[in-house]
Design a protein around this ligand. Sequence first.
Ligand code: NAD
Length: 379
Amino acid sequence: MLVAILKEARQDETRVALTPEAVKQLVAKGCQIAVESGAGVASGASDGDYEAAGATIAKSRAELLSSADVLPVVNTLPADEQKSLKSGSVMVGFLRPLDEPNALSSAIGGGVTLFSMELVPRITRAQDMDALSSMATVAGYKAAVIAADSLPKLFPLLMTAAGTIPPAKVVVLGAGVAGLQAIATARRLGAVVEAYDVRAAAAEQIKSLGAKVIEVDLGGLQTEDSGGYAKELSPEALELGRQAIAKAAKAADVVITTAQVPGRRAPLMIGRAAVEQMRPGSMIIDLAAPAGGNCELTQPGQITVHNGVTILAPLNIVAEMPVHASMLYSRNMNKFLQLILKEGELAIDRADEIIAGCCVAFGGEVVNERVAAALKAHA
Ligand code: NAD
């Protein structure tokens, strides 16, 4: 059974789906691994490193596509390449099945089994496969570091012979995995941090990192679904949040926004008027840009300067940290592969809760209800 490691096709991608560390473990379990030449270079792994781990370097990408039984990927393959895949082969990765279901049509039609890393259920047994959390950790860290590097101010409080420099003020919106990492990193760099999240549990986590909670009275509104995720809020509840955020943003040097609601456009949390009240030289880093952004002026993938306020809206911030982003992703991917492989062969137990949760298509059929609905909506 052949596992293929491809160079990612997406222009701004630097990660690789499996590192030599994972290759070694999979080879020990009886898998045959072939790598496209150069697949790991941007994330620090040479062809020689893969060969040393037990993989072979493929003659061509086309040969890999048509012969692979399992394709661990970071991003979905382009539609024309999906047509080259074998029926019954397996593709696993961030396939964006709820955002761009049509981009998977060729693979589904060709009988390729698809597993989405985004849909791995967040149950205890699947924690080591939780690639969303891995990437959010890297993203939150990098956002705080970019802010510290780009701000025309120092982050920490400094007492110098020339007088005192006050600490930078950072506001973090959304205190999930990325937000908490951004808070922790900004605090370590010496900033004073305030944060806001709709989930009640987030308040304790914000405080435990030494940040202040931005309090918003939503009148006891139920803000979480049964899975512990934020629900989409009513326009009134969102507006209450926006008012409190605007007040905090006015005094802030940096606003890092991470708020998302799975499967929905990101909530709008900073309107144009709030940006216009911010100080020139301050900045917003909108990590929700891939889902439309938390700021009204966000232009996904662009840098916008409005009245002296810079708004960064990176679409793939983790690709700026390819070594550790790939290391974490590869470990998550390897754990998932261990679940669908037995003695080097595919052994897919569709009754398994993790497999059932993230399986998008099997035998030419879409098997996930939400994805089927998304396909209908995008038809
Ligand atoms: P996410 O990326 O979906 O969203 C980021 C944050 O935005 C969340 O904390 C969410 O509450 C917040 N948010 C959404 N709408 C908002 C709004 N209108 N105003 C303010 N904040 C808003 O979330 P995530 O980081 O992937 O994690 C979400 C939850 O899942 C957390 O409770 C986290 O602890 C939990 N989680 C559990 C596991 C596990 O059990 N294996 C793993 C990872 C995360």
